[in-house]
Ligand binder design. Structure first.
Ligand code: AMP
Ligand code: MG
Length: 317
């Protein structure tokens, strides 16, 4: 990749972060910034630069969906408490039109949800075509918290890895591109972030005494996450594991991977099913000459056809 002020990737993040067969969560440095040789300021500059591009790509995907296209993107975001899922949603999805984004958070299943298969609420939450769907937690909780807290026996959760792979394969065949992001903080950094939540009264709402019970099961969660990456990082739906001790890094990396994914999908502006020149003539007939003149003056110089026709229509007045 070329390097300049806005682009300090040595290795593209979709390559550097993608879980391969050799991935080792135990050895994963959560303060690292894989592939990126810039600092926080560079990252913020790069993210802002990518934002405009991401916004246009997302609008094209949305337009494609409105015109009958069946494609969509689903971002699954997983992480332990304080890993920063909310920050990803705010900072990355904040770069695009909120109308094109569907955000869904999954907590402890409701009574109704518990009465159904665990994928029922997930299927119901899949985004409309043309949308970017974001799952803050997901069906992976059903092989993470459910496993660690022994909410069901192993012979129930163990087969879910294959079932999840089949589900993701199925929705990919339907037109979804599935991106799975896991935010991994270190034990120490989680301690600091939880302490900050206690220190600041405006953060108490984010804290729950239960967070300490979850923290006490750190090793069991790491083991459960390692299995998730081993068993469910597939060609159609790979995992990207993001070191999250530096908050700016996963935000930048998710922005880049999402933009890259949309670029690869290459959604196109739909063409109208009407005769533009005829519509322009009919519309012009409803406008005062002075208004039509003003419209001509405001026309982008690159839109030569429009300029030419408006000139002709004005001549006829
Ligand atoms: P929070 O994201 O802090 O609002 O917490 C949501 C909580 O819901 C977390 O403690 C999750 O582990 C829990 N949760 C999410 N999905 C499930 C599930 N399928 N079964 C049990 N607990 C879940
Ligand atoms: Mg929480």
């Amino acid at each position: 990749m070329s390097k300049n002020k806005h682009d300090r990737w040595d290795v593209a993040p979709w390559e550097a972060l993608r879980v391969g067969p050799d991935f080792d969560l135990a050895a994963f440095d959560r303060a690292s910034t894989p592939g990126w040789d810039g600092d926080k300021d560079d990252a913020e500059t790069a993210m802002a630069a990518r934002g405009a591009e991401l916004a246009e790509l997302q609008e094209r995907l949305y337009a494609e969906g409105r015109a009958g296209g069946g494609r969509g993107v689903l971002c699954v975001i997983q992480g332990l408490d304080t890993a920063g899922e909310g920050g990803i949603v705010r900072h990355v999805m904040g770069l695009v039109d909120p109308q094109g984004v569907t955000i869904r958070a999954f907590g402890v299943p409701t009574e109704e949800e518990r009465a159904h298969h665990y994928l029922w609420r997930i299927r119901n939450a899949l985004p409309q075509p043309g949308r970017i769907g974001v799952f803050d937690r997901s069906h992976y909780e059903d092989v993470l918290v459910v496993r660690v807290d022994e909410l069901v026996p192993e012979d129930v959760w163990r087969p879910r890895f294959d079932e999840i792979n089949a589900f993701e394969q199925e929705i990919t065949a339907q037109g979804f591109t599935v991106l799975k992001f896991a935010l991994m903080v270190s034990y120490e950094e989680q301690g600091i972030r939880l302490m900050e939540r206690l220190d600041r009264p405006d953060k108490h709402w984010k804290y729950s005494p239960g967070d300490l019970k979850t923290r006490a099961k750190w090793d069991a969660y790491q083991e459960a996450y390692a299995d998730v990456f081993r068993r469910t990082s597939t060609d159609v739906a790979p995992w990207y594991v993001l070191p999250a001790d530096k908050k700016w890094y996963p935000r930048l990396a998710v922005t880049e991977i999402l933009a890259h994914t949309l670029k690869t999908l290459n959604p196109q502006w739909p063409t109208g099913d009407f005769d533009v020149a005829e519509q322009r003539r009919l519309l012009a007939a409803t406008m005062a000459t002075s208004t039509l003149k003003a419209s001509l003056e405001e026309t982008d110089p690159s839109l030569t056809e429009a300029i030419q026709q408006k000139r002709e229509l004005l001549k006829e007045r």
